[in-house]
Design a protein around this ligand. Structure first.
Ligand SMILES: Cc1ncc(COP(=O)(O)O)c(C=O)c1O
Length: 382
């Protein structure tokens, strides 16, 4: 079995049989000529159902996460919606994190509830709370993020897999923050991995996409049926961009982790910062679990300002090298105010985030420049 870096560089990419092209061709076509009715070449008939560039990405995703099958989507939320409607029926129940991406919460609270899917929020860091939120016989999934967005909470995946499986439910893990380079949830007992490939997998802030990876081939087939029936598929060029990002995933994650650790240390020493949330800090309540199930602590750092919401907004507005923008996982560093930006849709809900919180996606620049920028932004805010 090759190592992860070898897989990341080669997965889904046998040189093109027709030409030897080393980079997978972008099959920018909606349809495929048939050699007589039903005479498909390589199984391709129409690009919603399957497209060779997307197939290359899907094979790579499955290999990276150690799954039996994968499906790619036009966004992370499209992946989530397709999974939920394929694997749950109206009347079912899902335990969701009490700290999760705001758009995921909005999908559960404002879209799928009308379809008949109920949810209960529980802290992913508290196995007993998740167990208590399960409704035996009705709960179809325990859905977790680890680390969570934006509070960087850590879920104990083997413990949650046991709790979910004892209740006959699936464990679904959104692995967007860690990426498969740092954490492979299927190896810890998860049934499905969710990705916003927009983030670390794509890695360059130039594409929106999503992915699902399955431990069980039958569930994979069921979701792939829905992928075609519901149609939220990525185009060939977007599939290619994610595939290209994957080639450098390990290198980028290594640098993200080093830079984020240094930024977290710097922030921990600043008196204007009341709390730094980073699983690599030994003070983080999930540090030991993260150290067990992750090979690095990631590039996301959140922190709270002692002086409150105005100071948090001022730091975001004052940063120069950190770009004020939603999203994460690209090579360039981003800063944002979750309460008014990525998590505005959770306002007034059990998932509401603290207003004094700032979230950083620490990029791959020179770390001294990143720290200098934060120093000047903090000085300007006090
Ligand atoms: C953890 C997490 N999951 C899912 C999503 C949704 O992905 P997309 O924006 O690609 O739809 C996001 C987006 O920010 C996210 O941060």
């Amino acid at each position: 079995m090759p190592g992860f870096d070898t897989i990341a560089i080669h997965a889904g990419a046998e040189p093109d049989p027709a030409t030897g092209a080393v980079s997978p061709p972008i099959y920018q076509t909606s349809t495929f000529k048939q050699d007589g009715v039903g005479g498909l070449r390589g199984g391709y008939e129409y690009s919603r159902s399957a497209n060779p560039t997307r197939t290359a990405l899907e094979s790579a995703l499955a290999e990276l996460e150690g799954g039996t099958a994968a499906a790619a989507f036009s966004s992370g939320l499209a992946a989530e919606d397709t999974l939920l409607r394929a694997a749950c029926a109206p009347g079912a129940h899902v335990v969701i994190p009490d700290d999760a991406y705001g758009g995921t919460y909005r999908l559960f609270a404002r879209v799928l509830r009308q379809w008949g899917l109920e949810h209960t929020a529980a802290s992913v860091a508290d196995v007993d709370a998740v167990a208590a939120a399960i409704q035996p016989g009705r709960t179809r999934m325990v859905w977790v993020e680890t680390p969570t967005n934006p509070l960087l909470g850590i879920a104990d995946l083997p413990a949650l897999a046991k709790v979910a499986h004892d209740a006959g439910a699936l464990l679904v893990v959104d692995n967007t923050f860690a990426s498969p380079a740092l954490q492979q949830p299927l190896a810890h007992g998860a049934d499905v991995v969710v990705h916003s490939t927009t983030k670390y997998l794509g890695g360059h802030s130039d594409v929106v996409g999503g992915g699902l990876v399955f431990a069980d081939a039958e569930l994979g087939d069921q979701v792939r049926f829905h992928q075609n029936a519901m149609g939220a598929v990525p185009g060939p060029f977007d599939s290619w961009l994610v595939l290209r990002g994957i080639r450098t995933l390990s290198l980028r994650m290594q640098r993200h982790c080093e830079n984020a650790a240094a930024v977290a240390e710097f922030l921990s020493d600043d008196h204007r910062v009341s709390q730094v949330l980073y699983p690599g800090l030994t003070s983080h309540p999930g540090h030991e679990i993260a150290a067990r199930q992750m090979s690095g602590f990631g590039g996301m750092v959140s922190f709270r300002l002692a002086a409150g919401v105005e100071a948090a907004v001022a730091v975001c507005n004052g940063a120069r090298l950190f770009t004020l923008a939603e999203s994460l996982g690209g090579v360039e560093s981003l800063i944002e105010h979750p309460a008014q930006m990525t998590h505005a849709s959770a306002a007034g809900s059990p998932l509401e985030v603290p207003a004094d919180l700032v979230r950083l996606s620490v990029g791959c620049e020179d770390v001294d420049d990143l720290i200098a920028d934060l120093r000047q932004a903090l000085s300007g805010a006090s």
